[in-house]
Design a protein around this ligand. Structure first.
Ligand code: PEP
Ligand code: MG
Length: 846
């Protein structure tokens, strides 16, 4: 009879139970039954049946009850497809009524039987009959007195006696749980967790293992609890959980209960001491579950008179670092293959391991939000200028640099700070790019806070005022700005992490390079096992104070001669930089981009700065001001930068090319021959490439001549204007490689300023104008279309042209997928995103 109805299925070793028809819990219980674990009798109701119940089609209760022993108490639990989607709370002790109460007074004693019945009446009243909870909160009595008060309260509120028929009770429980799932709030909540609009709910009806016995019984331990074999925070092996004698459900976990810890190595008395046999049996069951279910599970169990019952098993809750350790340990124990371990870790979760982060359990006093621009969390005193940041660092006081936005002048301050917070900007603005490069936490575009930089005040969204020296914390992973110093978890680059990364490298089929500008970046790239440097932004090498002065002299030079003289001074500095990069990268490819930014970025923007520069150059302040003004542009990002500068002031690129070639010879003398890659930024016309190529070739010839030694190099073009993508065929004819600079390409394709978009981006995303911030996730429909066109046309001219991407998108898993599909050789991203990219690339190849 029961077996004929596929929608009401007793869980037996051979029953068919799928997560998408009966839910994850039913499926898991079926596997436990098949493993012959001591699971009480259980019946599963399918999504379809439960949906029917919500719309008034009640199945025959007698059919369900027939699966259980006469008079058994039952519980009903939700079984959604993905346990994370939640569901209505479990209802226990269904079937409890006056008659069972009388019997139980004998078996459990009057006090325990009364407590059990009263608990059921209350749960039923609140969750099924939906009566006012206040009425029950007023009951303070205990034992039989509490029971009679609960029954009376029910009768008064519901205006009918408490239902006595177990079939009627069960029907009402099923109906209320089915309806709760279909309610609007519940639907919105689970949709927020990724559930589809039509996600189904299954229910499991299980015979109760009571967890409560007669207080004077001498037949062994009775109670309930949960147990798992690993620590949820660290992922390390450690038996943890809670247990409470004479308890049911998850009472052992409720804060009020004086629960026992499980194993002896934890504080206080333990289940291991109270009931060693049962404890060992449960641990044995957990071990088997881990092996057979191929996952770390938390067991929900009951001990009844010394006998163990397994009520449920759920995947252990885990932090991201624990997820890595658990997956690697399962593979090392040969429980799952390595490929599966790789698939089980969310690439983005790795970035959390590379940085300190706020303890997930800690309360958060949030002051405001911004764009989460560089992950990690940092606590420090507020400073409002780069100088104050350096002074703070000199005092060994960690500080957070708070600016309206940052510019090259702030670099020293950023280096001195533990984190950066700006009012303006988006994912690819100065603070964001530099912050990620340095690996320091950064939040940009925090417009929900008021920045009074000159008055040295930061005002929170709720009006609280913070001054210089006050302590705040920024969470660069969530974009939250917090008051004070919440507890932190340290970075966790442990052995499991390294192992997982090695497995990822063996699996992936696209190279991951790093964007690295300084020796420190290069070292980080190397530590994270990048396959080379995909973008060295050379202008970042000029931000050191002593170089900045020479740089400014160069900018102020009146004639080509004067300019060359200043560049002569910069040459040895650049050469030394490149030698060091080549050394650190030990023969791995290093792609150097020629000077890109507009010159005025190197000039002071305020009065004191102008005065200092006038002194250094021995010029009247007015001259300096005039010159600074004349270099100013209405739209510098679309102005005299990149190759345009290289064409107009060719001496700069000449100097850089020479520095690269001389460094090549020097580094090749010491180790593996270096073949530098030189890249021209912001190209939009073939002729630009021809002109620069001619000059770079000439410098190469001159260096070969002077030194009497030969070397190779590769010349490439950054495709970061739409025109360069469209004209890739004629451009590729002159180059060895094309590297898509998707920051500028996104900016120019959308006509969206990368430095200002942060201000309205969240509104755009919230209103669904853009599905995501296109500076963060590569726009598949528009910008990626230009990549495809550029790749196709470039390959037409040069089938072997090397293709890559070096915008910030390079570290993003979705963008890596797009590049891999188009057969790119590598992606290049900030050093700290290299591990995420390595894992994401591996998952794509599996
Ligand atoms: C780009 O535009 O994508 C790029 C990598 O260059 P930058 O961010 O330095 O402009
Ligand atoms: Mg660019």
């Amino acid at each position: 009879m029961l077996q004929d109805n596929p929608d009401i299925t007793p869980i037996t070793p051979t029953a068919q139970m799928k997560a998408h028809t009966h839910g994850g819990r039913a499926k898991c219980l079926q596997r436990l039954v098949r493993l012959d674990m001591p699971v009480p009798t259980t019946v599963a109701l399918s999504f379809e049946t439960v949906h029917g119940i919500a719309s008034g089609h009640m199945p025959d209760m007698a059919e369900i009850l027939a699966a259980f022993p006469e008079g058994a108490l039952l519980c009903v639990r939700p079984s959604s497809q993905d346990p994370d989607w939640g569901g209505p709370g479990a209802i226990l002790n269904i079937g409890m009524n006056d008659a069972r109460y009388v019997e139980m007074c004998d078996t459990l004693g009057r006090h325990a039987a009364s407590a059990l019945y009263a608990r059921f009446v209350e749960a039923y009243a609140l969750h099924v009959a939906r009566l006012d909870p206040d009425v029950f909160e007023e009951i303070t009595a205990e034992g039989p007195q509490a029971l009679s008060e609960a029954l009376r309260a029910y009768e008064d509120e519901a205006e009918e006696p408490f239902p006595q028929d177990p079939a009627a009770q069960l029907a009402q429980v099923l109906r209320s749980m089915a309806r709760a799932w279909e309610g609007t709030t519940a639907r919105l909540l689970r949709q927020a967790k990724g559930a589809p609009a039509d996600a189904g709910l299954g229910l499991v009806v299980q015979e109760m293992a009571l967890g409560i016995g007669h207080p004077e019984a001498r037949d062994g331990e009775t109670g309930s609890g949960v147990l798992q074999l690993v620590n949820s925070h660290t992922g390390l092996r450690q038996i943890t959980g809670r247990y409470l004698s004479q308890s049911q459900g998850r009472e052992a976990l409720s804060g009020a209960a004086e629960a026992l810890f499980l194993a002896r190595d934890e504080r206080g008395p333990s289940l291991e001491e109270v009931a060693p046999e049962a404890f060992n049996e449960i641990v044995g069951i957990a071990e088997r579950m881990r092996r057979k279910l191929r996952a770390e599970m938390q067991i929900e169990f009951t001990i009844q008179g010394g006998r163990v019952h397994v009520l449920d098993g759920v995947r252990v809750r885990r932090s991201n670092r624990a997820a890595v350790r658990i997956a690697v340990a399962l593979a090392q124990d040969k429980i799952i293959p390595r490929e599966e371990a790789l698939m089980r870790v969310e690439p983005r979760a790795l970035s959390e391991l590379l940085h300190r982060q706020i303890d997930t359990d800690a309360p958060r006093d949030i002051l405001g939000h911004g764009v989460a621009a560089s992950p990690g969390a940092a606590t420090g005193r507020i400073v409002f200028s780069a100088t104050a940041a350096q002074a703070s660092a000199a005092r060994d006081e960690p500080c957070v640099l708070v600016r309206r936005e940052t510019s090259p002048e702030d670099i020293r301050g950023m280096q001195a700070a533990v984190g950066v917070l700006t009012e303006r900007g988006g994912m690819t603005s100065h603070a964001a790019v530099i912050g990620r490069g340095m690996g320091i936490p950064c939040i940009v575009g925090a417009a929900s806070l008021a920045f009074h930089i000159r008055k040295k005040r930061l005002v929170a969204a709720d009006g609280r005022v913070f001054h210089e020296g006050d302590v705040i914390t920024i969470d660069g992973a969530t974009g939250e700005v917090l008051a004070g110093s919440p507890p932190m978890l340290e970075a966790a680059l442990d052995e499991s992490f390294q192992t997982l990364m090695d497995w990822a490298d063996a699996a992936r089929d696209i190279d991951i390079r790093a964007n690295a500008d300084t020796p420190m970046d290069a070292q980080t790239a190397r530590n994270f096992k990048a396959d080379g440097i995909g973008l060295c932004r050379t202008e970042h090498m000029f931000f050191e104070t002593d170089r900045m002065i020479v740089m400014r002299e160069m900018i102020f030079a009146k004639s080509s001669e004067d300019r060359r003289a200043a560049l002569e001074l910069l040459l040895p500095m650049q050469r030394a930089d490149f030698i060091e990069l080549f050394r650190i990268m030990q023969g791995q490819p290093v792609c150097i981009r020629l000077f890109d930014p507009p010159l005025h970025e190197f000039l002071p923007s305020d009065k004191p700065g102008m005065r200092a520069l006038a002194e250094a150059l021995d010029l009247p302040v007015s001259d300096v001001e005039r010159r600074v003004e004349s270099l100013g542009e209405y739209n510098p990002m679309l102005g005299m930068r990149g190759v345009r500068l290289g064409i107009t002031l060719p001496e700069i690129y000449d100097m850089q090319a020479r520095a690269i070639f001389e460094a090549t010879l020097a580094a090749s003398r010491e180790g593996a021959p270096v073949v530098p890659e030189i890249m021209i930024p912001l190209v939009s016309a073939k002729r630009e490439v021809e002109i620069v190529k001619t000059r770079v070739d000439a410098v190469a010839a001159a260096v070969r001549n002077e030194r009497g030694r030969d070397f190779d190099y590769r010349l490439g073009v950054m495709v970061e204007t739409p025109r360069a993508a469209l004209r890739a065929e004629e451009i590729a004819g002159h180059t060895d490689f094309l590297s898509f600079g998707t920051n500028d390409l996104t900016q120019m394709t959308y006509g969206l300023s990368r430095d200002d978009a942060g201000r309205f981006m969240s509104d755009y995303v919230k209103q669904g104008v853009f599905a995501e911030d296109p500076f963060h996730v590569l726009d598949r429909d528009g910008v990626a279309e230009l990549l495809r066109i550029g790749a196709e046309r470039g390959r037409k001219a040069r089938p072997d042209v090397v293709l890559s991407i070096c915008g910030e998108h390079g570290g993003n898993p979705e963008s890596i997928a797009i590049c891999r599909d188009m057969g790119f050789t590598y992606v290049s991203c900030s050093p700290f995103r290299v591990p995420v990219a390595r894992l994401a690339a591996a998952q794509l190849a599996l």
